[in-house]
Design a protein around this ligand. Structure first.
Ligand SMILES: Cc1ncc(COP(=O)(O)O)c(C=O)c1O
Length: 363
């Protein structure tokens, strides 16, 4: 049936990209900027690529309204590598870092960070099943912390910070991987932001690091040069061959985001989509959402059904209708619909229609 021919992808990452961006990338695989070959075949030392990187960083600066005094880096190893590279760059061997424990990804950052120094749990929502963000008023922030790490959107647990927290004078380090560029933020609150680009910006493997310059110069001597923030800045982010194709795609995505109206406009779009789905979940007890109202993620909507067999039926029928990748994270279980920046209204409408219909038939 024609209605079910269309495929809608709700993956938590890598996630759907806008058709216009894919079409442009496809076309430019034959010829990038009239040079007769693609970005994949371009020397990384060329002026052309240097210009691309400068341009992408300028677009990012403009979208984020980034004040002077911050540097941007495009690094390899994805977001997970930063769980180790942040301590190597910022934490003395005898130092202590704080972690706000809000779910699967902050726990991973903590576990890895603890290999490089002392890890202090600033606050945790583990005892309530990671259903909320612990109130910053009740955080324990000893003054000897080198930084305080947060995960602003927990991709697996579906909870999100909806305001930029205040960490007194302790530098705030934020993993924004699954919500980066989905809303305006007050960048002055943060010492360092990092984000793998496979959610709102396309390619996996690339991580964007934005660092306040006053935090540079603290790397341990054993920090690999390609992952030393200061060395990379000094080398114009070309200590080694950068992830050129990924940076090219990010540049296309930044242009696309700008054309959507930038962060204020995309925030309205994202909120509108997520509110529609949450209102179907909240209508009665058929679906339930483990995350507390006021703490729920706008990007990764986690929800459940009464039994595992009903969940399996939901996934099978959804898939038949072209609604794909709705299974929850392997650690959290349940169901999850990811609505990143490029998620279409058509996909959200199709999901809502299906969820209502499913409730009518099985509720
Ligand atoms: C919040 C968060 N942090 C870190 C990661 C790990 O990213 P990567 O696979 O790029 O290492 C993910 C991946 O989904 C994530 O959602």
């Amino acid at each position: 049936m024609e209605r079910y021919n269309k495929k809608y992808n709700f993956a938590a990452g890598p996630a759907p990209l806008p058709e216009s961006v894919l079409a442009k990338a496809r076309a430019e695989l034959d010829d990038w900027q009239g040079q007769g070959y693609s970005i994949l075949e371009t020397p990384f030392s060329s002026d052309r690529f240097a210009e691309l990187m400068v341009q992408a960083k300028m677009r990012l600066r403009a979208l984020l309204n980034l004040p002077p005094g911050y540097q941007i880096l495009f690094l390899q190893g994805g977001a997970s590598a930063q769980f180790s590279l942040i301590p190597l760059n910022l934490l003395p061997a005898s130092g202590k870092a704080g972690y706000v424990d809000t779910g699967h990804w902050s726990a991973r950052a903590l576990q890895e960070g603890a290999r490089y120094g002392k890890a202090h749990i600033v606050a945790s929502s583990r005892s309530t099943g990671y259903d909320r963000i612990p109130s910053p008023h009740r955080w324990s922030l000893p003054q000897d912390l080198s930084y305080c790490h947060i995960t602003t959107n927990e991709t697996a647990n579906g909870v999100q910070f909806h305001a930029d927290p205040d960490s007194d004078d302790i530098p705030l380090v934020a993993d924004m991987t699954s919500e980066f560029l989905s809303r305006p933020i007050n960048i002055n609150q943060y010492g360092l932001i990092y984000a793998g680009t496979q959610k709102n910006l396309g390619p996996a493997g690339l991580v964007i690091v934005i660092i306040r310059e006053t935090l540079l110069g603290r790397a341990r001597p054993e920090t690999p040069r390609v992952f030393n923030y200061e060395s990379q800045i000094e080398a114009g982010n070309r200590t080694n061959t950068p992830l050129m194709f990924a940076i090219y795609l990010v540049d296309l995505m930044l242009k696309w985001l700008d054309a959507q109206g930038g962060l204020p406009a995309i925030q309205i779009h994202n909120k509108h989509q997520s509110e529609q789905v949450y209102s179907v979940i909240d209508q009665d007890d058929f679906y339930h959402c483990p995350a507390q109202p006021g703490h729920r993620s706008v990007m990764n909507l986690c929800f459940g059904l009464a039994s595992e067999s009903l969940r399996q039926t939901f996934l099978a029928e959804a898939s038949e209708r072209g609604l794909l990748n709705l299974s929850g994270h392997s650690h959290a279980g349940g169901l999850r619909a990811s609505l990143y920046n490029a998620q279409t209204d058509a996909a959200v409408s199709a999901l809502i229609d299906f969820m209502r219909d499913f409730r009518n038939r099985y509720g």
